[in-house]
Design a protein around this ligand. Structure first.
Ligand code: ALA
Length: 435
């Protein structure tokens, strides 16, 4: 079997991979998408399922018509399928459907924080979505990363010890959207629980690439809260997921209020519905849920362990080839094996990151992302940018800000595509003085 065979066999599962994109020369080429950490193209099965369901589309939890009953049933049953996918106990956990991971973490930030004095431990490697929502509601402390950008378990334990009794939550990414590092979420969970804190995992980058096991709540290393987005798992129809203990939403008032959230309302009082209804104000996104469930079924059919291994092989291959190119700067640990999803950040000495991304797109049809990937403090750290320099970008907003170029793989990317990328990078490096 050829090196590419298995990888290529996944390509027919994805929409749009044969699309040609225009280059600045006027030529057209079949595009290469190495920007899967931002969003993934849809599965064919997802689009088919959405189209198949569309004639039955109707309101959820609001109508008595036949189609409305079908739509409501699919929507309600989906929670069980999601819980099963992440191995969460359906007796104890519930699923709240939201727009995406960002909305999910914001929602939890309203619900989990009782007082501005309680401490949340975030980390120095988070996406803004797992940092900013906490800042105005509690005292945030950041767990350090080492010189390669890996999370420091020692610092986590030091901080848990130092703030013992006040740390309500450890909130951590399952996998970094900048370096791809996979955090040992169960080890972190066990530590957090030992010190009386809960753990929230931002699963946006992890759930599409690895098997998730939230475990039973009586296991010391179980996950308390998990949040993820369907648009990063081949189901781009605007749905995201919070998996959380039912208890978490039982008491209190939802931050969004309106249709579908109540049992009884008078001018004098409101009796809120039970969760999850209470937390899903407005008409639910049933098409998003249909898409998500179809994606979960496809991912399970392919086998998360298979995908993990395959993406690892492709990432190792890309790294091995990139390391040999002069003037390439790679970030994080690239010599020793570390657990990572298929994400590689880099720069080319002497060429601004925006320029590299532009050349890849306009000269070769290769889509990447460049900049700070909504994780500015982490990227500033990886680039060793002193605070004074960052201030300068504040006072001179027209200056090009420092950043990285990022390639990120999906399950359908191939060795041939990596070879095409490497040959373009080689050409950029060779001609770099003309860029
Ligand atoms: N957070 C997404 C990314 O890393 C959008 O690109």
């Amino acid at each position: 079997m050829s090196r590419n065979h298995k990888f290529s066999s996944y390509r027919k599962l994805i929409v749009g991979l044969d699309k040609e994109v225009p280059l600045s020369s006027g030529k057209k080429v079949v595009g290469i998408n190495f920007d899967n950490a931002a969003t993934t193209p849809p599965f064919v099965s997802v689009v088919k399922e959405v189209v198949k369901f569309s004639p039955w589309y109707s309101s959820v939890h609001r109508g008595t018509g036949y189609k409305s009953k079908i739509s409501s049933q699919i929507y309600d049953d989906a929670r069980r399928l999601v819980l099963d996918f992440v191995n969460a106990d359906p007796e104890k956990y519930t699923v709240i459907f939201v727009k995406n991971t960002t909305e999910g973490i914001n929602k939890l930030s309203y619900r989990l924080i009782g007082s501005p004095d309680c401490i949340v431990l975030s980390t120095c490697m988070e996406h803004h979505s797992n940092d900013l929502p906490w800042r105005d509601k509690c005292t945030v402390r950041y767990v350090e990363v080492d010189d390669k950008g890996r999370l420091s378990m020692e610092d986590l334990e030091d901080k848990l010890r130092k703030y013992r009794g006040s740390v309500k939550l450890v909130t951590v990414t399952g996998a970094s959207n900048v370096t791809g590092y996979i955090n040992d979420i169960h080890k972190i969970a066990a530590l957090a629980h030992e010190y009386g804190a809960k753990i929230l995992v931002d699963g946006a980058q992890l759930v599409p690439h690895a098997e998730i096991d939230m475990k039973q709540p009586d296991e010391e290393d179980h996950i308390d809260y998990l949040v993820f987005s369907a648009h990063k798992m081949y189901a781009p129809f605007g749905i995201g997921v919070i998996v959380a203990p039912k208890e978490c939403f039982r008491y209190g008032v939802p931050e969004y209020k309106g249709g579908g959230t109540v049992q009884l309302v008078t001018r004098e009082y409101v009796d809120w519905d039970e969760p999850p209804g209470k937390e899903e104000a407005g008409s639910p996104n049933i098409l998003g849920v249909v898409a998500l469930i179809a994606a979960i079924e496809e991912l399970r059919k392919l086998g998360m362990k298979n995908l993990e291994r395959q993406e690892e092989v492709l990432t190792d291959y890309a790294l091995m080839r990139m390391k040999k190119i002069p003037f390439i700067q790679l970030y994080g640990e690239v010599d020793d094996k570390v657990k990572r999803v298929g994400i590689i950040p880099f720069n080319i000495v002497g060429i601004p990151h925006q320029e590299i991304a532009k050349i890849l797109s306009e000269d070769a049809g290769i889509a990447v992302r460049s900049g700070c990937f909504c994780a500015q403090p982490y990227v500033q750290r990886l680039l060793n940018i002193p605070g004074g320099e960052i201030e300068m970008y504040r006072t001179h907003p027209a200056l090009n800000k420092p950043g990285l170029v990022r390639i990120s793989f999906g399950l359908y990317n191939t060795f041939n595509e990596v070879d095409g990328f490497i040959s373009k990078i080689n050409r950029i490096v060779t001609n770099k003085d003309f860029c």
